[in-house]
Design a protein around this ligand. Structure first.
Ligand code: NAD
Ligand code: UDX
Length: 466
């Protein structure tokens, strides 16, 4: 089938490339001319494992093309995917400016019967509004507006697209049903869920908000574990063995980020309020996540004796999660400025997100590798779960830092081995014995000044040390 994809970002590019791999003939459009020129040379504007290779294969096979011209891209196409951004507006709602502009241009170029498929995440009722917009722009044209939300995760996007848990298709009549079935047919036996268009729009937000709530919940459990000497990893394991709960998205961390959870929870809360049916759990999830990120600087300051003035802090990991260079709503973008505002000097390292992060963190020093970031640091924070950080041992911190104090927000290291090697480790959601804190011979931070030790002994922060 000939298909046009509007928008060459994470979703549009993965959709276009994967559909080409499935044998469809794809033309991708973007308003960003530099992006299109790079794509014509098989250069992906984003880091996504496996994407560039798949892109090159399909360009060479002649199954995927790139242009800035919508009219040219729509020649002979029977379906158009809208995959442009729907960012957060001031009031939390989804900004549909890009979507409406793209839909209007598609409408003006529509000929014959056209299936217009919204892949972008859009509030309930957007399909109805798009239907009216297309009819207004091109009276008489025959078309169907379908909701087909995308559930891919960055870092695992190709696999998620090619082997989906489900493909949700929201439609108001059966005219485009066969088109949608034909698009996904080469994937074989995958669960296609046909539903009303507004249910489909709601499913996308409900899924993201529920997952965000799960993460916020386990993060609050992590705080409780720290306060009462529990271990959140073991609590999560025990919870997750219940199939009604499931073991995924129960990893405590520095707070969720990314291009979806923050904006989609805000948009769902805004839609719900507007509909007169506010969602208190979603609102609480947003507040809990914001508080969590803000609390990190306080935790670090507390461990360093109260003040961060003149302290050097290494940040390992900037991207909102491993496997991507995406910096949108990354916890590092709240945590680093908060540490800097308290007088800390930051040296940051990320294996992939360096280029994206640099313009967003103008006060921050960027290090070329882990060792340069750690050099002379008073504390190190692990914010992203990059696999390469797991290869670091206590000696990597001990030999380069001014004092070996590590805040592990991603359960990268073993509490026991770090404590045994004399490296003080805060491991998110892992408390330790109150008695240990009281006994002067096991006070934390063997290498810290006595004044800091005394303050820490009084603090509630649980730091493991030899
Ligand atoms: P993105 O910002 O990475 O890409 C959007 C692209 O659309 C940009 O390249 C931009 O130049 C282009 N664009 C904007 N207006 C255009 C127009 N009128 N014509 C042609 N191109 C235009 O966005 P993204 O992360 O791919 O997200 C796209 C949509 O998919 C959003 O609604 C998002 O919520 C949703 N989504 C994203 C993810 C994800 O992991 N990123 C996952 C699921 C759903
Ligand atoms: C998310 C949804 O998972 C995906 O279905 C949707 O299409 C787009 O939004 P993504 O933003 O790529 O995907 O990342 P995801 O893996 O969901 O993680 C989101 C955030 O939650 C990250 O900051 C991650 O670090 C955090 N997270 C996730 C945790 O802190 N703990 C977990 O157990 C899982």
């Amino acid at each position: 089938m000939r298909i046009t994809v509007i928008g060459c970002g994470y979703v549009g590019l993965v959709t276009g490339t994967c559909l080409a791999e499935l044998g469809h003939h794809i033309t991708c459009v973007d308003t960003n001319a530099a992006r299109i020129e790079a794509l014509k040379k098989s250069v992906s504007p984003i880091y996504e494992p496996g994407l560039e290779e798949l892109l090159e294969t399909n360009i060479n096979a002649g199954r995927i093309h790139f242009t800035t011209n919508v009219a040219e891209a729509m020649q002979g196409a029977s379906a158009v995917f809208l995959a442009v951004g729907t960012p957060q507006s001031e009031d939390g709602s989804a900004n549909l400016t890009y979507l409406n502009a793209a839909a209007a241009e598609v409408a003006r170029n529509a000929k014959g019967f056209l299936t217009i498929i919204t892949k972008s995440t859009v509030p309930v009722g957007t399909g109805d509004a798009l239907e009216a917009l297309v009819a207004r722009e091109n009276p008489g044209v025959e078309f169907a507006v379908i909701s087909n939300p995308e559930f891919l995760r960055e870092g695992a996007a190709i696999q998620d697209f090619m082997q989906p848990d489900r493909v949700v298709i929201g439609l108001e009549n059966d005219r485009a049903r066969s088109v949608m079935t034909a698009i996904y047919a080469p994937m074989g036996d995958i669960p296609l869920l046909f539903t009303r268009r507004r249910n489909s729009e709601l499913i996308k937000y409900a899924a993201n908000a529920f997952l965000a709530m799960k993460v916020a919940f386990i993060n609050e459990m992590a705080d409780l574990c720290e306060a009462v000497n529990g271990d959140v990893a073991e609590v999560a394991q025990g919870m997750g063995l219940d199939p009604r709960i499931g073991n995924r998205f129960l990893q405590a961390g520095p707070g969720y980020g990314g291009s979806c959870f923050p904006k989609d929870t805000a948009a769902l809360a805004a839609s719900a309020s507007k509909a007169g049916s506010p969602m208190q759990l979603v609102e609480a999830t947003i507040a809990s996540n914001e508080a969590r990120k803000a609390n990190v600087a306080t935790k670090v300051a507390e461990a360093l004796g109260g003040s961060l003035v003149g302290k050097r802090i290494a940040i390992l990991g900037l991207a909102f999660k491993a496997g991507t260079d995406d910096m949108r709503e990354a916890p590092a973008l709240s945590i680093i400025p908060a540490l800097e505002a308290r007088g800390a000097k930051i040296a940051a390292f990320d294996p992939k997100a360096f280029e994206q992060a640099r313009p967003l963190l103008t006060e921050t020093e960027f290090s070329k590798d882990v060792q340069s970031a750690l050099h002379g640091a008073d504390a190190a924070l692990i914010l992203t779960e990059w696999p390469e950080f797991r290869t670091l041992g206590p000696s990597d911190f001990k030999s380069t830092m001014r004092q070996p104090l590590v805040f592990d927000f991603r359960h990268t290291f073993s509490v026991e081995s770090f404590a045994a090697a004399g490296v003080s480790l805060y491991s998110v959601g892992r408390g330790h014995d109150e008695d240990e804190q009281e006994r002067p011979d096991v006070l934390p931070f063997p290498s810290l000044e006595s004044e800091v030790k005394a303050k820490l002994a009084k603090s509630k922060l649980k730091i493991h040390s030899a």
